[in-house]
Design a binder for this molecule. Sequence first.
Ligand code: ATP
Length: 541
Amino acid sequence: MIGATILGLVVTGCELAGVWLFGRITDDVLTTGILSALILPAAFWLGAAVLGGAAQFAATWLSASAAERFVARLRDHAFGHVVTLSPGTVDRMEHGDLVARLTDDVEEVEEIVGSGPVRAVSSVLGIVVFGAAALILRWELALLTFAAAPMLWFAARRFSRRISAVADEERRVNGRVTAVVEESVSAVALVQAYNRADLVTGRVAAAGARWARIRVAQARLSGAYGPLVSVVETLCVLTIVGVGAWEIGTGRLTLGGLLTFAGFVSYLYPPVQSLGHLALGLAAARAAGERVAELLDTAPSVTDRPARAHPAVVRGDLELRGVGYRYPDAVRPALRSVTLRVPAGRTVAVVGASGAGKSTLTKLLLRYADPASGQLLLDGVDLRDLPLEALRANVTLLPQETTILHGTVRENIAFGRAGATDAEIVAAATAADADVFVRSLPDGYDTVLGDRGRFLSGGQRQRIAIARALVRDAPVLVLDEPTTGLDGEAVRRLLGPLRRLMAGRTTVLITHDLRLATEADHVVELADGKICSRPIVPESA
Ligand SMILES: Nc1ncnc2c1ncn2[C@@H]1O[C@H](COP(=O)(O)OP(=O)(O)OP(=O)(O)O)[C@@H](O)[C@H]1O
């Protein structure tokens, strides 16, 4: 900011010198015809132009890098906040709208908070310096010219109110367009299968048309502001020419003096206009800023309590004592007084009908949410008393839907633990029965997997996920329907990798698959959010 102010001063000083030298040249060279008098002022003028140009270049560079740094920092901050929100909170947001807040809205805020102050300072500098120069040269004429300022201020105020209302709407609709496009693209397979291209294109077109209407309204408003200012400017120039001609006639002003004065005034308007535009831009930035602030104000539903002592590595004794949970806005609780114990190193399978509350249990075990009543304990410590990072370092979740990230097979497996070595990655893939098919891929472990792993079969995706969990090597394992969507043969092939993954780990195995349930030491049934007392399959050895 200080650098930009100094550079702004240098630019303004050079422009001022240029205008003044032009006035001198008019009086000493153009009106007298003495060519030799041109050399010195021309040399100074050229010097001022070079120095001013260099300062302008440095100021542009400085403000662009400051602006981009600001955008990156704000986006990192906002995104850093989003990843602390529980998955349930993020799922309740429209993903496209969330993306719009983290991209377009952050950039819009920068316009005002980042480069805005720099532009404001250089505009104010320009107004003060050229205004003072005009006053010093001919104060009466200057005051006459400044009379236009209230008109400009009044116009900017009227426009900014209307632009502000439109800007709010534009930011909202912009988020909606991104959300509709994002949703339609991710559902493209369903759209084609059900022949509903007309429905989604209609939705995108409707959102796009609404956005286009608002953008046109915005353009109309700011388009009207520019010409209005030009008309006011023209009025001032005509006043200067008229009064100036009269003053030249009376001998109170030379032609060079009038041109110098007109030059000062012409340098006065761009900063006045720039301040006006800045005020108009403030409306859009405020609307965007509110959307970013709303995101930052969304509090994580689960937070760390003040630090407490905790074992770095846990044994893995898991216990649920009378756990109850109800989703926000849900009428019925998803879990009701669930009591369950999984001794260290043992496996408990949780079976039950769809909607019984099985996945909800996994969310509480990972602390995506806290129970409304009761306690979940790891080695006798309430999960809420463990730092979130320590809890998650000790509990590995294999979610129902396998997430494959855009990246290589190696990166996808290494995602399980920062710093995993190549040897550990290959060992995990081998134990997950993934090594053979990975080596048959075009680039082996360096094959880039497309978004969501669409180049892989369901069973292959699941084996990559098991390798990732093996690399993580945590003592507690939560498996949420690990065989969902797989046929009998694929399930059979997954049994070996799953057994190797569960071996020696405390495991909560959520499954519909009774063959898989027999892998557990104990099976419990969840029905309507409660544990049933009767075992539904005979316990295995
Ligand atoms: N995000 C949510 N908001 C509100 N209610 C939810 C939410 N997720 C689940 N529920 C409700 O909570 C109950 C338990 O859901 P849960 O997903 O735990 O069942 P589940 O046993 O895992 O079912 P499935 O076997 O079909 O995966 C259901 O009635 C469900 O409708």
